[in-house]
Design a protein around this ligand. Structure first.
Ligand code: FES
Ligand SMILES: [Fe+2]
Length: 371
């Protein structure tokens, strides 16, 4: 149990002149009618069940006999026990309480206590089933809002271009004790990099210089246009060729850093999935097409974990400060992407409520900052 003395001394905080914290759905609210990255595909083994809470809803995942993933509400409709504690024979899930059985579509197929002549209509018992797909190594689930599951046609699962059929893949998942918004803002924040991700092999802080990047609106988000990466990133040089990078962000919280070096692609996808109001799962996936990179896979994992761990730590510190409800600020241009995020989030929610297409509030703009 830490004593008071274990904590850093409290600091005097001067209230800022303006509280620019956005109002409305920006503050931790969930976004619906979008695909969320539920887990790396390797986490869902054939014949096993995996539980995961998304947007506060408990889901159980499995693979059908063809290997395709499915997702159902993780509550038995009888007495509510999580089905993920039950057994799965590869075709049907059996609840561990009274043995009711469900197929991959969530239909109840057996109630063991029924005797002959008790014509109970099993067809009336249906677990909520979520659209679920595996793409480029990850399992995605569509979280429908009021409009129901049919709305998934309105948005696609993000695709990494240029990967082809054969590519290297590495996924690292960490859980952050913060709301989705803090995680997203941390992810798209260019200003924290020299402070938070300081390493001998990554952007030594003393080489900071002015940046000027052009941004354009893109599907459900914005894109930092293709450019040559900063020459102070030593890791990029390992790729060879003349690498060019394009960074895209889209709702609900998916960032792809796509590097094209000659004919090869190296891509870093980070997806934020809200578990609950104060918990976010962050999955970082590395893709590469150059086969010579594959032997370095054992090295990549600790590096990716370290990077993500640095973000997790700073967000935990932010949570500590946020317990005192301080006013916050968003300062241009470094915080412009955060402002766009809140605006897009608001617009997405309004467009759902008003049953109309999303109108991207981002306008083409060059942003300047120093890192
Ligand atoms: S609670 Fe699941 S079968 Fe009774
Ligand atoms: Fe970061």
């Amino acid at each position: 149990m830490p004593s008071v003395a274990d904590h850093p001394p409290s600091r005097a905080v001067t209230p800022s002149a303006a509280d620019t914290r956005p109002a409305g759905p920006g503050n931790g609210a969930y976004l619906y009618d979008l695909w969320y990255l539920a887990m790396p595909g390797g986490r869902l083994k054939t014949g096993r069940l995996a539980a995961m809470t998304l947007l506060g809803e408990p889901l159980v995942f499995g693979r059908d006999p063809a290997g395709a993933p499915f997702a159902l509400r993780d509550n038995c409709p009888h007495r509510g026990v999580p089905l993920s504690y039950g057994t799965f024979d590869g075709k049907e899930i059996e609840c561990c309480y009274h043995g009711w059985r469900f197929d991959r579509d969530g239909k109840c197929v057996a109630i063991p206590t029924l005797v002959a002549g008790q014509n109970f209509d099993l067809g009336k018992i249906q677990l909520k089933s979520y659209p679920c797909r595996e793409k480029q190594g990850n399992i995605w689930v569509f979280m429908a809002g009021q409009r129901g599951a049919g709305a998934e046609a309105s948005a696609d699962i993000p695709t990494i271009p240029g990967l082809g059929e054969r590519y290297g893949y590495l996924a690292v998942t960490l859980r952050f004790a913060c709301p989705i918004d803090d995680a997203v803002i941390g992810l798209i924040d260019p200003a924290h990099v020299p402070q938070v991700h300081r390493s001998w092999w990554w952007r030594p802080a003393r080489t900071a210089h002015d940046k000027s990047k052009r941004f354009v609106p893109s599907e459900l988000g914005f894109t930092m246009c293709r450019h040559a990466p900063s020459t102070n990133s030593r890791a990029y040089r390992l790729l060879g060729g003349a690498p060019e990078t394009e960074i895209t962000f889209r709702l609900p919280g998916i960032r792809t850093d796509h590097i094209q070096a000659g004919r090869h692609v190296f891509c870093n996808l980070t997806a934020m999935t809200p578990v609950g109001p104060e918990e976010t799962e962050v999955t970082n996936v590395l893709y590469w097409t150059a086969p010579w990179l594959t032997p370095f896979k054992p090295l990549m994992r600790p590096i990716a974990r370290r990077f993500l761990g640095q973000d997790r730590r700073i967000l935990a510190l932010q949570r500590e400060g946020m317990a005192h409800h301080p006013p916050l600020m968003l300062v241009d241009d470094a915080d412009r992407q955060a402002k766009w995020y809140y605006r897009m989030k608001k617009e997405w929610t309004s467009s759902r409520e008003e049953n109309r297409p999303f109108v991207n509030p981002v306008k083409e703009r060059t942003l300047r900052w120093r890192t």
